[in-house]
Design a protein around this ligand. Sequence first.
Ligand code: FAD
Length: 350
Amino acid sequence: MNTETNPSILSSISGFGIGVGDSDAAPQAAPEAGAEPQADSPVREVVIVGSGPAGYTAAVYAARAELKPLVIAGSLDAGGALMTTTDVENFPGFPEGIMGPELMTNMQEQAERFGAELVYEDAVRLQLDGEIKEIETESGEVHRARAVIIATGSAYRKLGLAREDELTGKGVSWCATCDGFFFKDKKLVVVGGGDSAVEEATFLTRFGDVTLMHRRDELRASKAMVRRAENDPKLTIMWNTEVTELHGENALTGLTIRDTVTGKTSQVEADGFFQAIGHLPRTDLVKDQLELDEAGYIAVQGRSTLTNLEGVFACGDVVDHTYRQAITAAGSGCSAALDAERYLLAKDDV
Ligand SMILES: Cc1cc2nc3c(=O)[nH]c(=O)nc-3n(C[C@H](O)[C@H](O)[C@H](O)COP(=O)(O)OP(=O)(O)OC[C@H]3O[C@@H](n4cnc5c(N)ncnc54)[C@H](O)[C@@H]3O)c2cc1C
């Protein structure tokens, strides 16, 4: 993840933001129920909201099934989370690794090759019940579809420190599984106090010495996780400690920390700084219509991508608080397209 800017990637990033495939998908007669039909708005088979690994994989499968999917790709975040990183070394099929934006451009082109259309706008309103769903984008256009796949991902909760964004990929990370490998024999700091923080910290001890910093004097993590942390000889816990500043020019070199009891500040060296303070699934558009689980992710039925509403499917990190990897998101995007295809076939058979 930590590399110089690659000009070929920059060109692929800028290429990524351009272009809108306008719709010439085959219009269909609108089934009776649902929202107020707009006279000139064709009813598509599938609209996919989101263009990360989940959305694009769903688009590849749906397009190859001749469903002519429309992907509402997002405006600023088109391509999803991997657009913000550099080396991706754990996506199968790329033995030398691949840059995040390049991987996403490949997925986009693969989806388009089979006929997926893309609109680089955010969805601003969804109406998901009834036979015909509506998806309104920021330009005011209302798209209609018999099935909708939600693949809006989740964001990492950030501490909000100055220079956090600038040093992302240069020592600042939110994902030990993704980036731990880049920090062999380095000094690592993890912040957080829950199960994920302990999991990230203990995972990272296979690469270097790790300090887990927590702003309170006990962890929120489960007893088993706390025991795991206490028994790990390469893990030190610093209680009542918060990070207030990040140091380093082109890469992270250290942190300013503050004792939350005494208020005293000091500096520590660090090559890697992992924030494990939670995730924010992007459910704003759907939270009043779709059931969410207790952690706020879209609830799906068993191993499927079916939500509580007929014809609405959800995949990727917006449903997944466990794995949160590009390959798992892609896998669930595939499932969502297959679920949508089966749903449409079953409807047509009735
Ligand atoms: C810095 C970084 C490095 C990472 N490195 C790795 C790695 O090395 N390996 C790995 O496996 N994983 C890595 N991950 C995790 C991986 O990126 C995610 O697990 C994966 O991208 C999730 O895919 P997704 O499609 O569910 O969501 P995302 O990739 O987050 O995509 C969500 C999509 O939804 C769109 N969207 C959201 N709201 C709207 C809206 N209202 N209208 C339209 N579109 C919308 C966004 O524009 C975006 O296209 C990394 C993540 C980050 C942040």
